[in-house]
Design a protein around this ligand. Structure first.
Ligand code: B12
Ligand code: SF4
Length: 547
């Protein structure tokens, strides 16, 4: 019997219930084959995010119970930390096998093994089948050439073994080992259940299609209901967060699932991810009837030029707004995700994206959350490969959620091929500081939802131009707003709205009152997350009090 300790990816922005289904699925596989599996999740034991800067200090914890193998699950933004942890573990216990898997290690397996001798092997792609074989070889013979999906060193040579076929029927996978998670499932607010893997699209910036071999596979409606019933009985919350790349990627599956929920008479609330083009009134109506409350919707952009760069069919702006309104009318709130920073994107493209973003926030009776991200060129994606010579790194991550230490920074600079996603693609017209400032304004402006709505409805393009000019202003400001705390940033947005926008309006008395009111709510409860209590009431309810 082998013992394997799994380490989930670090979540930086806050230490929260973090259920990493990938490692729980593998832990279930290991246990079913008679091995011992533990989850060693630093997210669960680290009370102060500042401690993550010296991540090496956690090596003793990761190695507790004396495992034979330490298995790191990796995503792009915590990859330097994962590698540092692996190195620290090897220094403490040179005999432990340091194994890595997950999207980031899979995309950079050879590059990582070449750069870091301490990593013994990387298992790429879907690993339930491969892990069984690895654990078997670990016990009997260690002929690593027999283990599918493994990239490993044979003397000094790197060997990439063939990959096992994808699991044909996801229903056949064991239930993830939820019982091993150090987080209480009851605290998650929604039991995370994997609904499927893959997506029918192939967006040029996304690592998914390569990772799951360009296929979409969903569990059957029957299996999902069976798992929901079992998990709800055990863990109580009657909300489910479906985990998959694109829950609506197969509309047939989606309709079948909604039918099965209705026929089964099961009542639970759920959230999922979706593509905006699928959200017709029939589907959204059925999803809402089946209990869907929230959708995470990728919209990305709003110009033909950028759609072409992404490799997606251009969607008409009116169609996107109509589909978002369909979801809202059915009673589903949405988080809509947009991206800026594509190669060749210019200010006028960004203006179009922001126009759509603001329209989407206020489509119907409900308020939607809008996210604006800077493009991260993930390793191995077409967009990263085609722009390899335009990648730049300025010492800051492209998202505020991950704070880099000096050690991380040095690693990223030394190995751009391993840590590509920390780089941005040079844009001759728009600086990264400008794009970051814009993202920051859009994120935090949403703490003033009613003021923003009024400004957008009354002023439209004048408001948009002021937003863009404020981003330019911050671009040239020496304060690093991404390093400020949330209260300081909200105060900055308040000042911007109060001092730069309202004085330009003819009749701003009502707006001033509203802005002040929202600022007070924020100051007493800044700490609320966007998706928290501030937005828990339907927008319609609040709007009636305002307009
Ligand atoms: C749910 C989810 C989240 C949740 C995380 C919840 C959680 N604790 O896991 C939230 C919303 C918080 C989130 C945040 C982010 N996410 Co996310 N997320 C996903 C999503 C949709 C599902 C993850 C999942 O559970 N998959 C199901 C499991 C079964 O698959 P898996 O984890 O890949 O595990 C399999 C293999 O990878 C492998 N494996 C995994 N770990 C290990 C470890 C070992 C030792 C071995 C051998 C094998 C192995 O075996 C598993 C079974 O086959 C994926 C897309 C996807 N379909 O996977 C994106 C995805 C992982 N996210 C991604 C990104 C970019 C992010 C963010 C950086 C976004 C941002 N800008 O902030 C943050 C990073 C947060 C963090 N540090 O973890 C990217 C990662 C790309 C990359 N190259 O690294 C993905 C792939 C989406 C995409 N298409 O680009 N995310
Ligand atoms: S639709 Fe979403 S999950 Fe599918 S390829 Fe595009 S970005 Fe990735």
């Amino acid at each position: 019997m082998a013992t394997i300790n799994f380490c989930p990816p670090l979540i930086y922005d806050e230490i929260r219930p973090n259920i990493s289904l990938g490692v729980l699925s593998l832990a279930a596989v290991a246990r079913n084959c008679g091995h011992q599996a533990h989850i060693r999740d630093i997210n669960a034991i680290c009370a102060d995010p500042g401690q993550l800067r010296e991540i090496e200090n956690f090596a003793g914890y990761l190695l507790s119970d004396h495992p034979d193998i330490i298995g790191f699950s990796t995503v792009c933004n915590s990859y330097p930390a994962a590698i540092r942890m692996a190195i620290a573990c090897k220094r403490l216990r040179p005999d432990v096998y340091a194994l890595m898997g997950g999207p980031q290690a899979s995309a950079t397996a050879e590059e990582t093994l070449r750069a870091y001798d301490e990593i013994d092997g990387i298992m790429v792609g879907e690993c339930e089948t491969a892990l069984k074989s690895f654990l078997n070889e670990f016990e009997h013979g260690r002929n690593w050439g027999n283990v599918p999906n493994l990239v490993w060193r044979n003397c000094l040579q790197l060997i990439r073994n063939q990959q096992a076929p994808l699991v044909e029927n996801l229903d056949s996978l064991p239930l993830p080992a939820y019982d091993l998670s150090p987080f209480s499932i009851a605290d998650t607010g929604g039991i995370p259940i994997e609904a499927g893997r893959g997506c029918p699209h192939r967006c040029s910036y996304c690592s998914t299609s390569r990772f799951w071999n360009g296929r979409i596979r969903m569990k059957s409606a029957h299996k999902l209901l069976e798992q929901i019933k079992a998990l709800s009985a055990e863990y109580k919350p009657n909300k489910v967060a479906f985990v998959s790349d694109n829950f609506t990627g197969s509309p047939d599956f989606c309709l079948e699932f909604c039918r099965a929920v209705k026929a089964g008479g099961v009542k639970f609330k759920w959230s999922a991810s979706a593509c905006v083009d699928a959200l017709n009134s029939n589907l959204t109506g059925k999803m809402a009837e089946a209990g869907c409350q929230h959708l995470y919707v990728g919209i990305d952009t709003n110009t033909a030029k950028v759609y072409k760069i992404i490799g997606k069919r251009m969607l008409d702006q009116a169609f996107v707004i109509k589909n978002m309104a369909n979801a809202n009318k059915a009673g589903i709130e949405c988080t809509a995700s947009f991206i800026v920073g594509f190669p060749g994107e210019n200010l006028s493209d960004i203006r179009e994206t922001l126009k759509l973003l603001l329209d989407v926030m206020f489509t119907g009776d409900r308020i939607n959350i809008a996210q604006l991200h800077i493009l991260t060129p993930n390793s191995g994606t077409p967009i990263a490969q085609n722009n390899i010579h335009r990648l730049e790194f300025d010492g800051f991550p492209p998202e505020p959620v991950c704070r880099l230490s000096k050690k991380d920074e040095a690693m990223i600079r030394s190995h751009p091929d391993v840590f590509t996603s920390f780089y941005t693609i040079r844009n001759d017209e728009l600086s990264k500081a400008f794009l970051l400032s814009l993202c920051l304004i859009i994120i935090h402006m949403q703490n003033f939802p009613d003021t923003t709505l009024l400004l957008w409805r009354q002023e439209r393009m004048r408001f948009l131009d002021l937003l863009l000019s404020q981003a330019e202003h911050l671009e040239n400001d020496n304060t690093n707003w991404f390093m400020q705390n949330k209260a300081e940033t909200i105060a900055m947005i308040y000042k911007f709205l109060q001092q730069r926008i309202l004085p330009q309006l003819d009749n701003s008395k009502k707006m001033r009152k509203l802005l002040r009111h929202e600022y007070i709510i924020n100051s007493t409860a800044v700490r609320l997350e966007f998706e928290g209590a501030l937005r828990s009431k339907s927008y319609g309810e609040r709007k009636r009090g305002v307009l």
